[in-house]
Ligand binder design. Structure first.
Ligand SMILES: Cc1ncc(COP(=O)(O)O)c(C=O)c1O
Length: 428
């Protein structure tokens, strides 16, 4: 093993994080190569800096004039220069402040600095590399974003251990989660992923449910099981009901128990209406982790990113940083969030006042972009295809569920959309 990797492992020794690392997670390190030599030169090479593989003119990165015209608000260093592998330091610091603003329950000293990744998918994949070996279990509700299967099972050869997301009574199945976590944790280590607001159901826990979930994690950790909990916060902030927990589950988990390492994966993708920017963040929180240990872990993750993407898009990071610092930022975002909320309320009204066909049973939803129907006695894929024939696009899941992204449909078109879905289900 490389000496630098051993040094990082030594720093993490004795923590849940150190025990949870995969083989790859133990081997990876951030080399003292071109990037760190360049970083040293950026500080000290006052005469000539002949380090980085970029082209400069007058000590400014060369930028074609025609590109300059496309990006008038950005300096060449903000537009075309490489960003550090871990992300633009100013953006990382700013995103941490944003996390703290949105989650007042987090103690700033208890979490790492967010590392910039290329969207949430990349963040989840990097964490999977770092903590999962072949045959490891990943606990996840049975209603999950399909890409988890590719990331955890196909890439990492781990196996998904699912539990029904909702109980028979139609509530969040906290006991099912606990049992599955306990069962999968019998080997002393377990990884779980929670995604609130959930894709595909659009459900987020109530304040009470969130509290109970966290208590269950604590009691499993008390049995001597090391737990990595990933909080996929892709749709964070789109909470439409009063009793819904408005903080990320990462917030209480980040300071829960020395055997629990929490990871928050979030980003600009949906939260800032920047889907194609490919900017996400990975933040760690574990009770008792020291700053030195967080930095060791960040170095490992940076090494992993360096060996795959090398670094994330510089102009996207610069534009996001500028956007976050602009005076109208919160107001504009709030207006769009409110528009999605109006669509949510319209869907709720339709479900309340119209005769929903027996064959379409709406699952609980209170947040995010989506709602889903359980299809009783009809095949969701057949329904989807029939709707498509009428010019309506929806998503069929496991042939049992039909997911409707109300976020994507203008308010005035929502009643017509649901009328057609109902009619078509009746025709089957
Ligand atoms: C639950 C969930 N996580 C992650 C993602 C991916 O986010 P990104 O586009 O930033 O990779 C999505 C996108 O649909 C999602 O629904």
């Amino acid at each position: 093993m490389n000496k630098l990797a051993s040094e990082l492992n030594d720093i993490l020794e004795g923590t849940a994080c150190g025990r949870l690392l995969s083989d790859f997670g133990r081997r990876i390190y951030f080399p003292k190569g071109i990037l760190s030599q360049t970083a040293e030169a950026n500080k000290q090479a006052h005469r000539q800096n002949a380090t980085v593989g970029m082209a400069f003119i007058d000590r400014t990165p060369m930028e074609l004039p025609l590109m300059r015209k496309q990006l008038p608000g950005l300096e060449p260093s903000q537009a075309v220069a490489y960003a550090p592998s871990s992300g633009d330091p100013a953006l990382r610091e700013r995103w941490k402040q944003e996390i703290l603003r949105k989650n007042p329950g987090i103690n700033p000293d208890e979490i790492s600095l967010p590392l910039t990744v290329s969207g949430l998918t990349n963040g989840i994949s990097l964490i999977a590399d770092m903590f999962l070996d072949e045959g490891d279990d990943v606990v996840v509700p049975d209603m999950f974003w399909g890409n988890y299967r590719l990331i955890f099972e196909e890439r990492r050869l781990a196996s998904l251990k699912t539990f029904p997301f909702f109980s028979e009574e139609g509530e969040l199945n906290i006991q099912g989660f606990r049992k599955t976590l306990e069962e999968a944790g019998k080997r002393g280590k377990v990884v779980a992923i929670l995604n609130f607001p959930n894709n595909p159901t659009g459900y987020s826990p109530t304040k009470d449910e969130a509290k109970k979930l966290v208590e269950e994690v604590n009691s499993v950790a008390e049995q001597g099981i090391d737990i990595l909990i990933i909080s996929d916060d892709a749709y964070f902030g789109l909470f439409f009901e009063q009793d819904t927990e408005k903080e990320s589950i990462f917030s209480p988990l980040s300071n829960l128990h020395p055997r629990v390492l929490a990871v928050k994966i979030d980003g600009a993708t949906k939260e800032d209406f920047l889907w194609g920017f490919r900017i996400g963040f990975v933040t760690f929180g574990g009770k008792g982790m020291s700053r030195k240990q967080y930095i060791a872990l960040e170095k490992k993750l940076t090494g992993s990113l360096r060996s795959s993407l090398s670094s994330c898009s510089r102009p996207a990071q610069s534009l996001l940083l500028k956007g976050l610092g602009s005076p109208g930022y919160l107001k504009e975002k709030e207006q769009y969030n409110k528009e999605i909320e109006r669509r949510y309320l319209k869907v709720r009204e339709i479900l309340r006042v119209s005769d929903t066909p027996q064959r379409l049973e709406p699952l609980p939803f209170n947040s995010g972009y989506f709602m889903s129907f359980r299809c009783n006695g009809i095949n969701a894929e057949t329904l989807r295809l029939k709707l498509l024939g009428k010019g309506i696009g929806t998503i069929a899941i496991q042939e049992k569920y039909l997911r409707v992204a109300f976020s994507a449909v203008d308010l005035e078109d929502i009643p017509g959309l649901f009328d057609t879905i109902y009619e078509t289900a009746d025709e089957l």
